[in-house]
Design a protein around this ligand. Sequence first.
Ligand code: NAD
Length: 466
Amino acid sequence: MADDGRLAAGGESAGELVKGLRENYYSGRTKTYKWRAAQLKGILKMIDEKEEEIMAALFEDLSKPKLESFAHEISLARSACVLALKELHRWMKPEKVSSMLSVFPSSAEIVTEPLGLVLVISAWNYPFLLAIDPVIGAISAGNTVVLKPSEISPSTSALFARLLPDYVDGSCIKVVEGSIPETTALLEQKWDKILYTGNARVGRIIMSAAAKYLTPVILELGGKCPVVVDSDVNLNVTSKRIAVGKWGSNNGQACIAPDYIITTKSFAPKLAEALKITLEKFYGEDPLKSEDLARVVNSNHFARLTKLLDDEKLSGKIVHGGMKDEKNLKIAPTLLLDVPHDSLIMEEEIFGPLLPIITVDNIEKCFDLINSKPKPLAAYLFTKNKKLEEKFVKDVSSGGMLINDTALHFANPNFPFGGVGESGMGSYHAKFSFDAFSHKKAVLHRSFAGEVSARYPPYTTKKQKF
Ligand code: NAD
């Protein structure tokens, strides 16, 4: 950011940016179906025409395998856009509701209106999808938007700044690149909604800044996502589904990646063995050389993960992996067995390729353990036991939940995606995004007929009896 407060060289200040956006919003054009559809078509065109460039930026930022970039980011963003275009008319339609007999004749409807100015602050781990998906929602709902991509994924951030203005109305949809100074300058302005994706520490900063203007926020945060594995499961399928949700999701750097496993003492060695076999099949004997694993994003996160592994309480607990390549920022998929509850790795979200297994005497003990921690973004259970499944759904509070698999719920457009408690507030995706960036206005239409004198003063005794 320039010393004079401009957001980019030759650019405008945050105040000027927001003033311009507000003027453009009040011109009314973002409210029309035509404008919204044109922007969504522009984004779709960008995705289709620039797929290779998006893929290349994701590789530069994270060494993300091509298949993951395509399946977990590009194709999900594309589907979100296609769905919004298909459903937009229907979403925008006022909803007729029944009116009250006492105000006959009248008609009642819920009119959905945009909020105004939306700020999207996104994270580095899925730097394309997590930025563009909320933007798609905000545009569908008829808002002007500023996207602040993460500086920790600089190639994708630069890509947005370069590409987006060529495909959308740049006077109403802006990209601001930068780190804390730029984000702080943006947060000093008045917004009508802020969607932030990232960690809970910064989530608190966002919420305090938003409080000044009573701006509502959606906080998409993280946490420790537990995976409970009962002893009756199909081990082969279970280990593959855990492994792909953990290491096949950006090498563990995903908000819904399994963070730790809970299983029984007697079953844990069998599960660890099945996971080891699966990992060898997936990533070979030298996983540091595997092209199917993303790297750790930067040296700070590499040092953070190394510190977790170096905790002396974990001595002798690594049963698979543990190898590191600092130069290339690679850490092998690492399994740790019988990890003590008070080790560092159990205190914070791991957000990397380490997977501890915690053991309990019987599987029912998982509830106390999960509920003793902040509410996670996702919770997973593998079991054939329907009673345990029912209890899990009823007694574990989490953003989302998946039985006998991991991570897949994220991609279902019929689900809201968001956290609860420390894992976040509010939700989005598809229609939930449209609603998240809209206001539902209650509108009652009356004519001049239907006068009831009892409603008006003076409140005579006769009227009071009535
Ligand atoms: P990050 O470092 O990219 O930060 C996210 C955003 O916050 C960036 O745009 C950054 O510029 C901004 N930021 C950082 N410090 C700031 C400050 N002091 N003031 C204002 N803005 C600031 O991402 P991260 O926090 O490392 O992301 C990892 C976390 O995000 C994990 O906890 C993960 O679980 C969570 N996450 C959640 C979701 C979800 O959808 N719920 C998705 C991805 C990641």
